[in-house]
Design a protein around this ligand. Sequence first.
Ligand code: 5GP
Ligand code: ZN
Length: 113
Amino acid sequence: MLNDCLFCKIAAGDIPATIVAQDDQFVAFRDIDPQAPTHLLVIPREHVASLNAAMDAQMLGSMLLFAKTVAGGEGLSERGYRVVVNTNAEAGQSVFHLHAHVLGGRAMRWPPG
Ligand code: 5GP
Ligand code: ZN
């Protein structure tokens, strides 16, 4: 746990969040500023600053499977959803604890903004 990290604090339960699923490795909770009817964040409990810093293939693969499961739990499997990992400044990463956005419940455009 990194002392000054918002998502480490959410994973530890020190800052409240609407948690929708969790296990020993990951926590999924609702984004505070949703950009779609469903907007979840999936984070590893372990602090990893960004995708650039992630070296653990097992963890990354399991994180995607966890994102798929929570999307299914939101009823999005058939209609579709988007999983996004913003990485560093130009992608708009604002919280430097690895997280996957799970977005769904409306039609998405491509290319993204
Ligand atoms: P990023 O911009 O780094 O890809 O995504 C960070 C996300 O975290 C943003 O979508 C933002 O709305 C969300 N966020 C920031 N602070 C909080 C918070 O305190 N609680 C929750 N649930 N989400 C947060
Ligand atoms: Zn952290």
